[in-house]
Every structure is written in C-alpha cells, then in structure tokens.
Design a protein around this ligand. Structure first.
Ligand code: KE4
Length: 428
C-alpha cells in the first residue's frame, strides 16, 4: 500500500497538533509507522488519502455499529443542522432520545447527556461520591474510563493497592482515593473493601473489558461484585461506553443479567457525533443539579445535532433487535476463520470474543486481566497489524484494544479478511 499523502499530512499536522493527532492512540505509537489519514468512509470501508480502500474493524472505536455514513443518521443530522445546531436551551429531541434510552436499558429511570465517555464516567463517579458521601473508588487495572484524573492511576505498590498517578498532572491527593483491583479477581476486590470499610463510594468497571483487548468477565465475577456492593453499601457503576447499545439493546446488564446502579454510555449512543451519557434510578439521578447538590454541566450537552444522530441510531437499533445476533454471528464466523488461519501456520495465539467485540492476542496464556494481556508478543502483533493494513484490513493499532464489528460487514468482507490473515500468518 502507498501512504505518501497520509505521511505528508501527518508531517503537517505535527507542526500544529501535539503528536499530529487529537487522541494519542491514533498516532500508531504502539505499532510504529505513520498513521493513516482518512478521506471518507461508507459502510464497512474507509478510503484513505492515498485512495486505498480499507475494511474497517475499528469503526471510530465503536460508534459506527451500522456502518459509516449510515443514511438515516446522516439524513437526520443534515435536516437538524438546517434548523440550527445548538441553542443552550432545552429541546424536545433531548426528551425523545432520553425516553428511548430509558426504555431500552434496564434499571435506569433518568439519563443526563454529556459530550464524551470521559465526561460520562467522570460525572458518574462524582454522582456516586455525592450520593454516598464517601470518597474512595475502586477501578480495575487495564480498564479505561476516559482521561479524568481519578482514572489515570496505575497500580501502586502491589500489596496495598493504593494507586499512584500514571500521568504527570494527576496529584497524589487525587490518586489516594482511587484503589486498583485485578479484573476477574473477586477475592482481591473483597480484600480492598475490607481494608477500606465504609469509605468506598463505588466500584467502576467495564463489565466487558475492551481496553486490554476484549476480556469478558469470568462466570460469577460481575454477580460477585453485585453482592459485595449490596453488602457494603457501595454503588456498582457499569462503564458501558463501549458495550452499551452494542452487546445488546440493554447492554451488558441485559446480556449477562447483572444489575448496575449507574451506567455510563458513549460511542454508539451518539451515532458518531460527540455524545456521552450517564443514567441511574431516580433516587440517584435526582441528586444532580439543578434538582440536587451534585454539580455537573456542559454548554453543548444535549445539543440538537448530536441528539439527532443519536436518536436516529438508537431508533434503528431498537426497531431491529435482530442486528445484535447478526453482529454476534459475523464475529463468531471471523473468530473461527482467524483461528484456523493462524493455527494453519502454528502461530501461538488466543482470541477473545463476546458479541461483536473480538481481539487477537499472540500469547499462549488465557487473557483474563491486564497482566495476562501484557504477556502477548507485541513484536508479533506489530507485524500482524502492518501485514493486515498493507493488505487492506484496518484493525486496532494496539494489542490493548478490541476490534468493533459493524453490521455493514458482509460475509464476503469476512472471507477477504480471513484470507489476508492466512497470507499474513506466513510472515509472523
Ligand atoms: P471518550 O472520552 O474517548 O469518548 O470515552 C472514554 C472511554 C470511557 N470508557 C470506555 C470503556 C472507553 O473505551 C472509552 C474510550 N475508548 C477509547 C478506545 N479504547 C477511545 C479511543 C481514543 O482514546 O481515541
């Protein structure tokens, strides 16, 4: 593949945008080489600035679940834009999408829209702290909830599990209130709760992890968290920014039958425009300003343009619930094909999959948490990534990401992808 124009655009971008990108993962730092600049996209395909066609397995990191430039979403945005893009005043469409989301997702009575998944998770934690009058939170190593200070915390000295900042600019004062647990390790969570009796406001988790590659919860893990939260008066926050409206109409709560107290959303809920949201039962949500004392606000929150995209997207998904099984079937087909292609060439690997989320790990161990995800052979992954890209397949430019399947993919696209894995496997 030729990437001349992308490289030239990247050189220009770096002069005026830090690292040439507006979000670090796009810079290809984990895989090397210059990032691809996209000119346009339609359905399952990206068209880059060098006129290469790429089958897209990232789909803007999740939002494009029905494919790029999906007509009902595009038409809704164009129609709404002609009537004004933002007023900073209430509009009917906010109520319409709120009513639809509440009807689709279990255990929520009310929802507040914001402009990103980060804002949704940051606000959810503030709400949990305000509602419980407790300061500490438990998060899981390898789970990503956006770039709010409370989340940019890495495991401190293992035993005590106190976090330490994993970014300059995050203070020790903030880090001390974030406790780090191991994903899929209920006993570890229990020990942290025992060491912080009465001080934990919430446990925030990706109920299916997507930021260590795709890691489903082991049987009983989420159920165990639910029991611990009920026993110790802790709120359970499901970060469904990735999984919401993707793994089922009602997200992981519906798919796996575990109830959360607060749920956060992003990505799909905005149909490709900047929308995040957080939701809960009424007694929790009514703690939010202007009703209650927990402050949260945003100039463009609920703006008509983003709401139009989100409403069109959720309406399509709500009216066609068969889409979720179709997505899962396509992902299973891809899984089987990738596994056979890599096994044919004796490539040590493991594939994690649930619903329309899948990831390939070049590791012999089962990938069940951050540590085992880190065991993957990153050099092999880099060769795999570039081999796929050079043959027209765009997968996540990091081994610590999940792929996102779009309904726009045909089985021919899947067969083409599997064929490329066969070809690339020879080079690994
Ligand atoms: P945003 O602020 O990027 O909209 O959402 C943050 C977020 C929160 N929770 C989960 C589970 C997420 O996956 C994300 C963002 N996901 C990353 C992909 N790993 C977005 C890609 C990026 O950072 O550019």
């Amino acid at each position: 593949m030729i990437y001349k124009r992308s490289s030239a655009l990247f050189a220009a971008a770096q002069k005026v945008i830090p690292g040439g990108v507006n979000s670090p993962v796009r810079a290809f730092k984990a895989v090397g080489g210059d990032p691809i600049f996209v000119k346009e996209a339609k359905g399952a395909y990206l068209y880059d600035e060098d006129a290469n066609r790429l089958i897209d397995y990232i789909n803007s990191w999740g939002p494009m679940i029905l494919g790029h430039a999906y007509a009902p979403v595009v038409d809704a945005v164009i129609e709404k834009a002609r009537k004004g893009t933002s007023f900073g005043m209430p509009t009917e469409i906010e109520t319409q999408i709120a009513e639809l989301a509440v009807s689709m997702v279990p255990n929520i009575d009310k929802i507040r829209f914001v402009n990103s998944g980060t804002e949704a998770c940051m606000s959810a934690v503030r709400l949990a702290r305000g509602f419980t009058a407790k300061d500490k939170i438990i998060k899981f190593a390898g789970c990503y909830h956006g770039h709010s200070d409370s989340f940019l915390i890495q495991a401190g000295s293992g035993a005590v599990t106190f976090g330490s900042p994993n970014s300059p600019g995050v203070t020790q004062g903030t880090a001390k209130d974030t406790l780090l647990a191991r994903y899929n390790d209920l006993a570890h969570v229990e020990s942290i709760i025992a060491s912080n009796k009465g001080g934990i406001a919430c446990i925030i988790i990706e109920p299916v992890a997507g930021n260590m590659g795709c890691i489903p919860p082991e049987k009983g893990f989420l159920e165990g968290l639910r029991v611990l939260c009920d026993t110790h008066d802790i709120l359970l926050v499901f970060d469904e920014v990735m999984t919401g409206f993707r793994l089922a109409k009602g997200g992981v709560q519906e798919l796996l039958g575990v109830d959360a107290d607060i749920v956060t959303f992003g990505k799909v809920i905005g149909g490709g425009l900047p929308v995040g949201a957080f939701a809960a039962r009424e007694e929790i949500m009514d703690h939010l300003a202007p009703l209650g004392p927990v402050y949260q606000a945003g100039t463009l929150s609920g703006n008509p343009l983003a709401m139009a995209a989100g409403l069109a997207m959720l309406t399509e998904l709500n009216n066609n619930p068969g889409i979720f099984k179709s997505l899962a079937d396509k992902t299973e087909y891809l899984h089987i094909g990738i596994t056979k292609a890599l096994e044919d060439h004796n490539i040590i690997h493991t594939v994690n999959r649930i619903g329309s989320m899948i990831s390939v790990h070049f590791s012999k161990d089962a990938v069940v948490d951050f540590d085992t995800a880190a065991h993957g052979n990153n050099d092999t992954f880099k060769r795999f990534f570039h081999g796929m890209l050079d043959n027209g397949i765009y997968i996540a430019p990091s081994a610590f990401e999940t792929w996102f399947i779009t309904e726009a993919l045909t089985y021919n696209d899947l067969d083409e992808t599997i064929g490329v894995v066969q070809k690339v496997a020879k080079t690994l």
